[in-house]
Design a protein around this ligand. Structure first.
Ligand code: SAM
Length: 236
């Protein structure tokens, strides 16, 4: 029996400081509609909907969406299987990409297309917020078995960096069932854009930078912070 990654995702990622940040932001902005691009297992989308916000949750992975659409409060979210092009037009006051979704867009064209689609999906004056790991913090140096080992049920689960060709970082995710010795691995690539690149691409897509934080407590980016947490607004 192999690990059901989508079913185990929430247990493997229990720290929801990011989701708390986006929920507070939605409350501060007073939005009534939101788009969650790359919603995964839908924890944030359902939490937004539970606050009375009308939410569209988009993900291209049917397994993630299957878990998302079964969670508590799932019937209050409009789940869409697909990519940013199914986000609609002028329908969301806030768009979020949590869980480092911004890093799955590897080349400039894919990133620009996603920003363009999100811009179209936002109402005038709407806000896009997302986080991307700051390349200056070199998270990939700590993607070793020793530093990332977690367990879920009988399974061991960890990451190992394979190759760093900035802005791209290739890493493997391993699972091991110690009872049988059965081992699986999947290879993924993430893009690590720096603050200047993110800000330039947002401007090119028609956004104005609203905030840039280095961590979930809203500290500015520094040598000691891991994230680039970005807010940007479309013009009114
Ligand atoms: C690390 S998970 C984050 C899930 C969720 N947003 C969270 O905060 O836990 C990344 C998600 O991005 C989705 N994804 C991958 N490629 C995508 C793309 N091109 N557009 C939108 N989502 C994508 C994956 O299917 C996965 O569910």
């Amino acid at each position: 029996m192999a690990l059901d990654f989508a079913a185990a995702y929430d247990e493997l990622n229990p720290d929801h400081r990011d989701h708390r940040f986006y929920l507070e932001l939605a409350a501060e902005l007073g939005v009534t509609s939101a788009l969650d691009l790359g919603c995964g297992t839908g924890v944030l989308a359902r939490a937004l909907a539970a606050r009375g916000i009308s939410v569209v949750g988009i993900d291209p992975d049917p397994e993630m969406l299957r878990v998302a659409s079964r969670g508590p409060g799932a019937d209050r979210v409009d789940w869409r299987l697909g990519y940013s092009d199914v986000a609609g037009t002028a329908s969301a006051g806030l768009a979020v990409m949590s869980g480092h979704v911004a890093q799955v867009f590897l080349d400039d064209a894919a990133w620009e297309r996603a920003l363009h689609d999100v811009h179209r999906a936002l109402v005038p004056g709407g806000t896009l917020a997302f986080e991307s790991r700051d390349p200056a913090a070199r998270a990939w140096d700590r993607w070793t078995r020793a530093d990332t080992l977690r367990t879920t049920g009988p399974f061991e689960f960890w990451h190992e960096t394979v190759d760093v060709q900035l802005p791209l970082v290739t890493y493997d995710t391993f699972t091991l069932d110690p009872r049988t010795g059965e081992r699986t691995s999947t290879r993924d690539v993430l893009a690590f854009r720096d603050a200047e690149t993110l800000s330039r691409s947002l401007q090119a897509a028609g956004f104005q930078l609203l905030f840039l934080y280095g961590d979930w407590d809203r500290r500015p980016p520094s040598v000691n912070t891991p994230e680039l947490i970005v807010g940007a607004r479309t013009s009114v």
